[in-house]
Design a binder for this molecule. Structure first.
Ligand SMILES: Nc1nc2c(ncn2[C@@H]2O[C@H](COP(=O)(O)OP(=O)(O)OP(=O)(O)O)[C@@H](O)[C@H]2O)c(=O)[nH]1
Ligand SMILES: [Mg+2]
Length: 561
């Protein structure tokens, strides 16, 4: 037996009262369960719960002062005879030809008006409704006031419609009196198809062995014992079992007393519905199981998802472009001024991906609302890796859940798959890649480069001027000397050499800084991509897990008597 059903106590408590408020709370819990699983579990599994909620609501709203009691049994067992004997009127024809009763007859003790709504709901035609209210009876019948007795067709009928009518009514009535006779009391149909099915409704079940007069008096206890044994096997331990004789008022006393007690208690409707809740809860039990889902998603699966998302989003391509863009921009800012211009002619690697170019060169914000980058689309391998990673997240999340749930979790995990590419692209476009600010050291090195270049230019100009003056025969410039070398030459060669030296020294620093810029961009992009995974994959999964937890709690409440 599964866990929650196990908690529904399986003992007979025929005289235990069912509190109406507690029953309503249990029905509310079933309603909460249905709300929690709506759209997540197959509707076919939920039909009994929906039916219960609807029926119980109607039954409780109609009349709690009436007890709808049905006489059910095989053809010829004597249902109509018992019905007439209880009513002390010939209301339902008793016949020799079988089956006799084709439509349900009803007899109401007390005024018909109050019972009519119930009979409309139960579906007994007005022409088959009778009232057991007679001035002649004086107070004899008051003990049964509030009883609505139904004479059902036979359930083992050759007429299929009879069986359908019986099955329908057995789902609606408050209490059932199963009528068997000495010949057919052990028939498999009644035990296998009906009594066993009613084992959660023992509190509203009564069995009568009718036609007891047809047995030798000494045989009656033996047959009753045999029947009791069969009822125990059916799971109906403890249900009241009586012998009746419909043709003899003395043989009706026990049954009549039992009905009077039932009517007086006004409990049958509540007990019936409580039994229905037990049945529905037991049927739903395997949909929830005992495990609580983990509160946090599985780390390994989430890391795998983030990696797959990063791959599909083109993060490696972007971070590589960041590294190259850093080198490109740093080169343009710190390189030897003589060749810097040439660098500028080459396109910026990030601009080629339609990502923010050099500082201040941002994409139009309106543009970033649509797919904004030219990062290469994910390859088939990246797409399938993403699919597998999403599946892994769903599988891990649903690992401890009962069989009905993994499908819902997987669907939730994949529910926004179609929106992912755009979301990832927007995220990549909107991520600050950390290249906006020009580092101070670029400017310092750039300044030094300009200075040494200026020195070289001054030296060159000086030398050219000196050469020109000499060529024109004018007085030569007075060249100061630095050691053995004239100053202009020192300026020219020193400037050129210093420029090349600074460029050479800067290059490894730029490479190192570019790698750092790449790592920083990778960190930022991965974090942003993980947010997308959170919103588009993990959150829908968490919502289903939340629904599961709610459904489980609701079913526990519904199981609590
Ligand atoms: N001796 C005896 N005969 C009975 C008793 N109850 C019913 N009968 C007879 O059994 C036959 C069948 O009775 P019904 O009341 O029509 O049986 P039913 O269960 O209503 O049958 P269907 O309407 O066909 O489902 C009739 O001939 C009755 O007179 C009883 O307690 N003792
Ligand atoms: Mg009948």
């Amino acid at each position: 037996m599964s866990n929650i059903a196990g908690r529904v106590r399986e003992v007979f408590r025929g005289d235990q009262r069912v509190d109406a408020d507690a029953l309503i709370a249990r029905l509310d819990a079933v309603r909460r369960f249905l709300t929690a699983v709506d759209g997540l579990l197959p509707d076919t599994d939920l039909v009994p719960a929906h039916t219960l909620v609807e029926r119980a609501g109607t039954r409780l709203a109609l009349s709690r002062d009436h007890t709808v009691l049905a006489l059910a049994g095989a053809t010829g067992s004597g249902k109509s005879s018992l019905f007439n004997a209880l009513a002390q009127l010939e209301l339902s024809p008793v016949g020799v030809r079988r089956p006799t009763t084709g439509v349900t007859h009803a007899c109401v003790w007390g005024p018909l008006e109050g019972a009519n709504h119930l009979l409309d709901w139960v579906g007994v035609l007005p022409r088959h409704r009778f009232v057991r209210e007679s001035a002649l009876d004086a107070d004899d019948e008051t003990a049964l006031h509030g009883l609505i007795l139904l004479d059902l067709p036979d359930f083992d009928s050759v007429q299929r419609s009879h069986r359908l009518e019986v099955d329908r009514l057995l789902g609606l009535v408050d209490q059932v009196v199963w009528v068997v006779d000495p010949q057919k009391y052990a028939d498999r149909v009644i035990h296998d198809s009906y009594l066993r099915e009613f084992h959660r409704h023992r509190e509203v079940t009564l069995v009568v062995l009718n036609q007891a007069d047809r047995l030798p008096p000494a045989e009656v206890p033996r047959v009753l014992d045999d029947l009791r044994r069969l009822l125990d096997t059916d799971g109906l331990t403890g249900v009241p079992l009586l012998a009746t004789t419909a043709i003899d008022p003395a043989g009706m006393v026990g049954l009549r007393n039992a009905l009077e007690r039932t009517v007086a208690e006004r409990q049958a409707a509540l007990r019936r519905l409580a039994g229905d809740v037990d049945t529905v809860v037991a049927g739903l039990d395997e949909l929830v199981g005992s495990a609580r889902p983990a509160d946090e998603p599985d780390d390994t699966a989430v890391n795998g998802l983030n990696r797959a998302l990063a791959g599909a989003a083109g993060v490696p391509a972007v971070t590589e472009a960041v590294e190259r863009a850093y080198r490109h921009r740093a080169g343009a800012a710190t390189g030897w001024p003589v060749v810097r211009g040439w660098r500028r002619l080459r396109p910026d690697p990030l601009r080629r991906l339609h990502l923010p170019g050099p500082a201040g060169d941002h994409a139009d914000p309106a543009e970033s609302l649509v797919a904004a980058t030219s990062v290469p689309d994910p390859t088939a391998a990246q797409r399938s890796a993403l699919g597998l990673a999403i599946r892994a997240v769903a599988d891990r999340a649903a690992a401890d859940l009962p069989a009905a749930w993994p499908g819902a979790v997987t669907s939730a995990a994949r529910s926004r798959l179609g929106d992912l590419p755009d979301a990832l692209d927007r995220t990549i476009a909107g991520t600050d890649l950390g290249l906006d600010r020009r580092p101070l050291w670029w400017r310092v090195v750039g300044g030094v480069q300009w200075l040494v270049t200026l020195a070289a230019v001054v030296g060159l100009g000086w030398l050219v001027l000196g050469y020109a003056l000499r060529a024109l025969g004018l007085p030569a410039l007075d060249n100061p000397m630095v050691g053995q070398v004239p100053l202009p030459t020192v300026l020219l060669l020193g400037g050129l050499l210093a420029g090349l030296l600074v460029a050479a020294l800067t290059r490894p620093v730029v490479r190192w800084a570019a790698r750092r810029a790449r790592a920083r961009a990778d960190q930022r992009l991965t974090a942003r991509v993980a947010q997308v995974g959170d919103e588009y994959v993990l959150t829908p999964v968490q919502i289903v897990l939340g629904s599961y937890a709610q459904a489980r709690d609701a079913l526990r409440d519904a199981a609590r008597r």
